[in-house]
Design a protein around this ligand. Structure first.
Ligand SMILES: [Zn+2]
Length: 313
């Protein structure tokens, strides 16, 4: 019998005991200056868990599924599997050495530019002025004088990679986690994201540690999370910056239930029944996500939340 067939799955959402951390998320706003970095979502995975997961990658049907959908979206890419190098579709998970080395392997997902410049605006021919009156702002380029085009290939590769590796992030086989040492840090969440013909979605289950953090922040807004989602979105679509960060919101209600929104219409909220006073796990689910821009921006907010929980525990 194959080792996977005999291995139970880890059901994070229904475990009553705490699980030692096998992966975590983080967020970086990036840097300016001579060596600029874009905003980044950080994925850190316990080394043995990632090695075991990769040993079974040939049996992971999601790699083929996501790869086919990438081709369908004109973004064909190979799923690279050498974790010492950039890996995932198109190598979007880039290894880096953290400041304090530990048993985790760290990978950065650089948030890509999706909206790219493509020469002068066709309407105003680069004047930035309204074509008919010669005054006021050109409606096509909004005065930027530039034509833009959308290149979603890298964004697609990010969503495809997250979908292909979600068995490790959401419901891993116990054999993948058998060598993870308990060093006193609990797993904070499980994560599932989609990539395919259906509307994108993202859902997480929070551990009691995150639920406790949210309870301590009941009734508050979470500006760091709003900022992470906004910076991620305008990194992808710089032209959106002129509309301002309205609708990029993150807050916790008086019951301790969080709510995130991106560009008004994509939302994440608590789903299912939960007793407000309990310190159980909490499912946080998306609705009305229309694009991978929104999916990845919501993920940036989740990653920032993980950073905030870690710094306060
Ligand atoms: Zn123009």
């Amino acid at each position: 019998m194959n080792k996977l067939e005999s291995s139970p799955l880890v059901h994070f959402e229904s475990r009553d005991r705490r699980l030692p951390e096998w992966f975590r998320l983080g967020f970086s706003f990036g840097t300016d200056g001579p060596d600029p970095l874009p905003p980044q979502i950080i994925l850190a995975v316990e080394k043995s868990a990632l090695v075991h997961f990769m040993e079974d990658i040939e049996r992971n049907t999601l790699v083929k599924y996501a790869g086919e959908h990438l081709t369908h979206r004109n973004a064909s890419a190979e799923f690279l599997t050498d974790i010492r190098e950039p890996w995932g579709f198109g190598g979007i998970l880039k290894p880096y050495a953290p400041a304090e080395p530990n048993d985790f392997l760290h990978f950065a997902i650089n948030i890509p530019r999706v909206e790219k410049e493509a020469g002068f605006c066709r309407d105003c021919e680069g004047t930035g002025k309204d074509q008919i009156t010669g005054q006021g702002t050109c409606h096509r380029c909004n005065g930027s004088k530039k034509e833009t085009k959308q290149d979603q290939s890298e964004l697609n590769m990010i969503s495809a990679t997250l979908c292909a590796i979600h068995p490790l992030l959401e419901r891993p086989y116990e054999v993948w986690l058998r060598d993870v040492k308990d060093v006193g840090r609990p797993q904070l969440l499980s994560l599932i994201t989609s990539f395919g013909p259906q509307c994108p979605f993202i859902a997480v289950v929070f551990s009691p540690e995150v639920v406790g953090f949210l309870a301590r922040n009941a009734g508050r807004t979470l500006p760091q999370i709003e900022s992470a989602m906004w910076k991620t979105y305008i990194q992808m679509v710089p032209g959106y910056e002129r509309y301002g960060p309205y609708g990029f919101e993150a807050s916790v209600d008086r019951e301790g239930c969080p709510s995130f929104s991106v560009s008004r219409d994509a939302l994440m909220s608590v789903s299912g029944f939960r007793q407000p006073s309990s310190r159980d796990r909490m499912k946080f689910d998306s609705t009305e996500v229309m694009s991978y821009h929104q999916q990845v921006s919501l993920l940036a907010g989740i990653a920032m939340l993980c950073d905030m929980v870690k710094t306060t525990r």
